[in-house]
Every structure is written in C-alpha cells, then in structure tokens.
Design a binder for this molecule. Structure first.
Ligand SMILES: *Cc1c(COP(=O)(O)O)cnc(C)c1O
Length: 370
C-alpha cells in the first residue's frame, strides 16, 4: 500500500509550488455575491480593449472548420511572422501561449544534473519550467527590483545551460537597455542558451524597442519569446512563439505537441499580427492609463516601481489585507508575495473607468485600514 500517492511523483515534481493565477471575475462574483459587470479585474495584465476586430472576424470564418485538426505546422502564422519580422519559418516555434514555448525550451535543453539561472522577482514560470524537468534553478539577486545581468552571469556554473530574462519583467515592470543586453550576450558562453522573454515588447515606446531580432543571426544561443496574450488581446486563446537559430528551434519543435496551437488561435493570431491600428490603440491607452494611475498613486502618497509594461507594482503596507479589501470593493489585483515582494500589489492598467474604480477603491481601502 502506498501511504501517499504524491510520493509516486519524482521529488523535483513534488517540490513545485502551484502557480497562483489572478482571480477570475466569475469566482469573485460567486464568493461575494456581486454582479460580474461591477467587478474590475486588473490582475493578469490583459488587454482592456478586448480582442482585435480583425482577429474576431478571422475566428468567425474559421468556426465551420473546427471538426478538422489544426495545421500542425502553423504554416500561415509562420508565414505572417516571417514577413513581419524578417525571420525564416525554420526559426519559429509556435506555442499554446508563450508559456508553452518557455516549457519547450526547458524540456528540450534541461534535465536532471544541469542548472538554469533566473533573477529574483522574475516571472514565476521560469522556475516552474526548470523544476518540471528536474533541472536545478539558480536565482540571481535583483538590483533595484530589476535583473542584475552581472549577478546573473556570476551565478552561472559549469552545468548551467540556460538563462531566463524577462524584458520588461513581470511583476516589476523593469527594463534592461539594449546596450546592456548586448554586452551581456557577448559575455555569455556559447553553450548557455539565453531565453529573452519579450511578452510586453509592444508596450515599449519607440526609443526603447528591443533590438533582439537583429541579434539572432549573431547569437545562435539566443531564444526570443513573444506572445499574443498581452497587447494583441488574445490571452484566452493561448498563442505565443519563440524565435531562435534553426537548430535550436528544431530541438524545441521536437518536444512540441503536434497540434499545440488550436485552429482559432492560429487564424486569430495571423489576423491580429497585422492589425497595427489595434496595437497602436492599445499602446496609447496604456500610456494614458499608466499616467492616470501613477498620478492617482502620487496623490494618495503610495509608492510604486516605475514600469515599462501594462502594469505597476505598488508598495503598500499589509498587502495581503489590502488585496482582500480591494476584492470587497470589487477590484481584483494581484498579490506578489510569491515573487519575494510581500509588500507589493501588482495592478494592470485598464480602461480609464477601470483605473478610476481601482483608485477610488484603493483610497477607500487605505482609509478603512487606518
Ligand atoms: C504574461 C506573460 C507571458 C505570456 O504568457 P502566455 O503564456 O503567452 O499567455 C510570458 N512572459 C511574461 C513575463 C508574462 O508576464
């Protein structure tokens, strides 16, 4: 008799702490008996503008075909990405969200006995992906809540095969400059893969846009990941991609499930990719909302980490209690104690009305707490 069925899993699987997603609107509505439409969710960095109209139309046209398996090669989406980004189709790995490509990278190149480096306060999925394949995760200390590239390089050991970098980082919103990243890539040994996660790249002002595509030819150990979940507004569909040298992409594709990206996601992403107007609107709305929330926080005397993404980490005493109070006011944000930031809450930038509702709830919650 086995006393504990969990013991059947390898110890490195048992060591994984479950991921804590943002609370869904429907769940809070049930718990507090609130009307769902009165709840504001600013907890998962989703696009408040919803889905690009072009993506919606593409999905409607695809509906009749759902009895068929998706195109496992993702031909059309890869062609669109090739044309837009100037990479070859063999350099692209499509994922069920970029989460999926991050896991594929770990699955293809990590194993028990090797290690991978990530930063303190970095996106939680890196650690999960590393642990799930039995590799060892090494956490490098952060600097002012951002990635410290020197510390990350210093943390590498002889058995290190991969370094994960989020730029901008979630949940801190911090950004590394192109110059610093390039200098870093020049120092990283060629047998260490660098995964550069650019989930929020579309929210960067022109002057800060990533140079990473130009680096792919020079650094065959570079893997760039991007997603349709954030500025492209397709989080619920799950679609993202990685760009890398052809041999690296080949290895990642070998561990990919043959039909990992569904038919609706493929056509929606292809359409969304070329909806420049939607991306421009999303960017502009985010800039305005960021200013609106930053200004509101300043008036309330609440400190925050300046952010290059579509969310802000705000510093607030007793963050767990504050999170609950905000829930009672119908506002869902994200506690980030599991990121080593127990005094912070992360709030996503929403529509102006949602940002207002958040600021009002925050003001009320602060008063209640006092
Ligand atoms: C949201 C996010 C992703 C994207 O996840 P998907 O699986 O593509 O939805 C990737 N990296 C970071 C840092 C993120 O915050």
């Amino acid at each position: 008799m086995i006393s504990n069925l969990c013991d059947l899993a390898p110890s490195y699987i048992r060591a994984i702490a479950p991921y804590q997603p943002g609370k869904p609107i429907a769940e809070l509505a049930r718990e507090l008996n609130l009307e769902p439409h009165r709840i504001v969710k600013l907890a998962s960095n989703e696009n408040p503008l919803g889905v690009s109209p072009k993506a919606l139309a593409a999905m409607e046209a695809e509906m009749e075909q759902l009895a068929r398996y998706p195109d496992g090669s993702g031909f059309e989406l890869k062609a669109a990405l090739s044309a837009k980004l100037g990479v070859n189709a063999e350099q692209i790995v499509l994922g069920n969200g970029s989460n999926d490509v991050l896991e594929m990278a770990a699955h293809a190149f990590l194993a028990p006995g090797v290690s991978a480096v990530y930063s303190e306060h970095a996106f939680a999925i890196y650690q999960l992906a590393i642990l799930a394949v039995g590799a060892e995760g090494i956490q490098a200390p952060a600097r002012a809540y951002g990635h410290d590239l020197d510390a990350m390089l210093a943390a590498c050991r002889a058995d290190t095969r991969m370094i994960f970098i989020a730029n901008p980082n979630n949940p801190t919103g911090t950004l590394l400059s192109n110059a610093d990243l390039l200098a870093f890539l020049e120092k990283v040994p060629g047998n260490v893969l660098v995964v550069l996660d650019e989930a929020y790249g579309e929210y960067l002002p022109e002057a800060f846009k990533s140079d990473a595509l130009a680096w792919l030819a020079r650094f065959p150990n570079l893997i760039v990941t991007r997603t349709f979940s954030k500025a492209y507004g397709l989080a619920g569909l799950r679609v993202g991609y990685a760009l890398a040298s052809a041999p690296i992409a080949d290895m990642m594709n070998r561990v990919r499930q043959p039909f990992n990206v569904n038919s609706l996601a493929l056509v929606a992403a292809t359409a969304a990719l070329n909806d420049d107007e939607f991306i421009a609107r999303s960017y502009a709305l985010n800039q305005l909302g960021m200013r609106q929330i930053a200004q509101g926080l300043m008036l309330l005397g609440i400190d925050y980490i300046p952010s290059f993404a579509n969310f802000l980490a705000i510093r607030i005493g007793n963050a767990t209690a504050m999170y609950r109070r905000l829930l009672e006011h119908g506002v869902i944000v994200r506690p980030i104690g599991n990121y080593g930031m127990p005094e912070y809450l992360r709030v996503s930038i929403g529509l102006a009305s949602e940002n207002n509702q958040f600021l009002q709830a925050l003001e009320d919650a602060v008063k209640e707490q006092a």
